[in-house]
Ligand binder design. Sequence first.
Ligand code: GDP
Length: 356
Amino acid sequence: MLFGYLLPCTVIVGGFFGDEGKGKIAAYLAMKDKPDICVRGGNGPNAGHTVIHGGVQYSLRLIPSGFVNPSTHLLIGPGVPVDPTVLLDELRKTDSEQRIEVDNQCAIVEPRHKEQESRSDHLSKKVGSTKSGVGACNAERALRMAKLAQQIPSLKPYVGDTVGEIQKAFSENKKIIIEGTQGTFLSLYHGTYPYVTSKDTTASAACADVGVGPTQVDDVIVIFKAYVTRVGEGPLEGQLDRDEVARRGWTEFGTVTGRERRAAPFDFKLAKRAVQLNGATQIALTKLDVLFPSAKGARHIKDLDKAAKAFISAIEKQTGVPVMLIGTGPKEEDLIDLRAVARSPRVRTAPIVRQN
Ligand code: GDP
């Protein structure tokens, strides 16, 4: 198949430490490619995704960012811990009660999980947990003691067999987007342990979370920001001091906790590792406009200056994967989409060096 738009099953994951702009990329793809299903994999409401759609800013912790397309069916896979209070609030805010399905096997985050995490000095002080109760819930699930969504009366109208839905969609050749959370290096297995989240966050895990097998996936989009940020504790190679971060205009605050993020320049070595760990077939690069103000609002590659193009080429060269989506502003439509260019989706060895 020529490399056009969305292939039947695409996975979206963060390539660094989260906050790469997954929400915006997922929302863009949902509007542009019109998937039949957007399914949330990844961890629970300790994740936060920002979507700006129709002039409204949404901070989402559980609902798939693809909710922006009213014709897309929204699912939450069985591997995702669900906090009913957060979910019900988001369903109201996004007006998506009629098209959401939560898997009956999702583990439930209870108030006592949050209390447990707040009481733990290890999590609060050392690891820098968001204290959303997700880690405690995952631990309880591993012990086979967590409650499941099918046991919660307030979730009754929304609970079902999401895996069955997805597999039916495959048989009908429908388009599916799987949304991961956090970032590759916050993975329990592949990240900077113990400064990580409570489960794996790579594309393979996102697939397992929603009941999709490895051979059912067509494309994996790994998202990088044009610089690296990290909230909470843990190593950050090349970390700049606060004043320098502010001077460069890279100051950011966490979606869930409001904590100020630490920042460092783009890390090519980490990017290459993320591409490998996720089996990425494409890269989405966000916040190019923050690094190169002349890129602000650009919609075409020809609108970028030489320095910005050289940066993109360097990423492609060093990772061996093409940059297909480029974020040039906070809004969903501030984006350069290069996917219309015919190209094999599985180019891993031949980097694309743009001449124009
Ligand atoms: P997520 O968890 O990966 O979705 O990331 P965040 O919740 O931290 O959201 C990233 C923020 O950056 C949001 O406010 C987005 O609107 C914004 N954003 C995303 N892409 C771009 C971009 O290309 N340029 C600019 N200036 N802002 C962006």
